[in-house]
Structures are given as C-alpha cells and as structure tokens.
Design a protein around this ligand. Structure first.
Ligand code: NAD
Length: 251
C-alpha cells in the first residue's frame, strides 16, 4: 500500500473513531457539479468577473442595473447544477450517524437536494428573494421572471427593490452563522473544498478542537489539522466511505 493510501486509511479510522462530525463546505465541493469556484486558477469565477465588486450591497443599492445585468445571471447559472457524489456521500453519512450537520458557504442548495437534513447555509441560498422595503418574500423563479420580462431593477408592488436571499459582500451574516459557531464547538470539524480565505467563514475552523481538511490546494489551517487530504472531494470522500463501510461492518 502506498504512503498516500495509508494516510487516507488512517484518516478514515480517525473519522470513524471521532464521529459524529460537523462538515464545513465551500465552493470546491460543487466544482464537480459544474459550478466554478472563486479562486481556482483558470476556472475560478474571479478570472471573468470581480464578485467582491458586483455581488455586493454597494452595487445592489447604488447600481442595481449592474447587479441585475451582470451579477444576477452569474448566480442563476448555479441553479442548473445537480448534486455530485461528494454531496451524496455526506447525506449518507448523516443518515448513518457519522455527520451531525453541514455548514455550507455555498448558495447552490446542492446539499439539501442530495438529502442532507441539517444544513446551515451561512451565505444564504437561491430559493427565495425578498423586498428590501416591505420584506415580502417571493420565489427566486418569480424574481427571475421579473428581471427577464418586466424591469431592472425588479420592484415589489410596494415600490421597494427585490433582492435574492443570498448574503452579498457588505451584508450582515444570517442567524445560521451563530448556530454554526455553536455547533462547531461541540463536534470535530471536516472542511471540504474551501480555500478558508473568506472572512468570517474562516473563523469557523479556528473554533474547532479537532480538524480535518479535504481540498485541492493548501489552506491557512493545514497546520492545525490532524489530516489534510489534497485531492478531489468526490475521490477522497469515496475512498473514505469505502474504508468506513469496512469499519462499520466490524463494529
Ligand atoms: P474558494 O473559491 O475560495 O475556494 C474553493 C477551494 O476549493 C479552492 O481552494 C480549490 O482548490 C478547492 N477545490 C476546487 N475544486 C475542488 C474539488 N473538486 N475538490 C476539492 N477541492 C476543490 O471557495 P470558498 O472558500 O467556498 O469561498 C468562496 C465564496 O464564494 C463563498 O463565500 C461562497 O459563498 C461563494 N461561492 C459559492 C459557490 C456555490 O454556491 N457553489 C460557487 C462559487 C462561490
């Protein structure tokens, strides 16, 4: 057995012995579903746009046309994606008691679609939108049809501007962020597909006592982690899942 496989096998034992885990996912878990992340070279969204600028409250409030003509279509592309093997394995681990819950920075709803039950979406989601004036909630499909057919920026019947329920740069974090910080202090943390560079989500690993990381590239928290597996999320999780199944059979 290669050293690489030996480390992955030990990581599977570590996961099994210290269960249940809290999972923190970033854009990297959804790249295999066809959604580019923000930072990978060549494919990262930042090579085409500057999300910090366009997907911001500053632009939404002061240049809503720019937000709806450039930023909103980028977000809506995420709606075409379907969960991949990695999302599916995590949903299975929750039903088998290996995962306590998933904290995600993603807005693509793919964990929920894959069957995960306890999901804390700390950057919101693309299922609904609301009016910034009267707070009326509408479906994202309705918002999309307003943008397509009626007007930019889309307006509520009260005259207020409508916005998707995602957390934009410059927004306050939702209450799910506080719940996430509490959860991560009770259980070990497995981070999957995050550069851990975006604040304040990168505070979460600093609160965890036990840490493990699966990512294609290095992160600033690698030194803190008991195991760092550098590879694709689906490949790594599939290997770990096969090893855990053997341990489950023995138990
Ligand atoms: P990031 O872009 O900063 O980092 C993604 C990391 O995933 C990178 O380090 C990359 O090496 C790694 N990666 C890429 N493909 C991988 C794979 N197949 N397996 C394992 N690792 C892989 O992403 P982030 O840390 O999540 O932060 C970016 C912000 O962008 C978040 O706030 C998030 O809300 C938002 N975002 C969300 C989506 C989405 O909903 N799918 C997509 C893009 C950006």
């Amino acid at each position: 057995m290669s050293l690489h496989n030996e480390i992955q096998k030990k990581a599977a034992e570590h996961l099994w012995l210290n269960r249940p885990w809290v999972i923190l996912t970033g854009a990297g878990i959804s790249t295999e579903s066809g959604i580019p992340d923000f930072r990978s070279p060549q494919t990262g969204l930042w090579n085409q746009y500057d999300p910090m600028e366009i997907l911001s409250t500053e632009v939404l409030f002061n240049q809503p046309e720019l937000f709806y003509k450039i930023g909103f279509p980028v977000l809506m592309q995420f709606k075409q994606a379907r969960p991949n093997l990695a999302h599916g394995i995590l949903a299975g681990w929750e039903s088998r008691g290996i995962v306590k819950g998933v904290i995600t920075q993603n807005i693509d709803s793919l964990h929920i679609e894959a069957g995960s039950k306890r999901v804390l979406e700390i950057h919101g989601h693309l299922r609904t939108a609301h009016c910034m004036k009267c707070l009326r909630t509408i479906s994202i499909e309705k918002l999309e049809s307003f943008v397509r057919d009626v007007q930019i920026p889309p307006r509520c019947r009260c005259g207020g501007i409508l916005r998707p329920d995602v957390v934009l740069f410059g927004d306050m974090l939702p209450s799910s962020f506080e719940q996430a910080t509490k959860l991560v202090q009770k259980f070990p943390l497995l981070v999957i597909g995050s550069s851990l560079q975006v604040s304040p989500a990168n505070l979460i690993p600093s609160l965890a006592e036990k840490l493990m990381i699966i990512n294609l590239e290095e992160t600033p928290f690698d030194k803190k982690a008991a195991f760092v597996l550098n590879g694709k999320a689906s490949t790594m999780l599939h290997f770990l899942d096969e090893e855990i199944k053997k341990l489950e059979e023995k138990a």
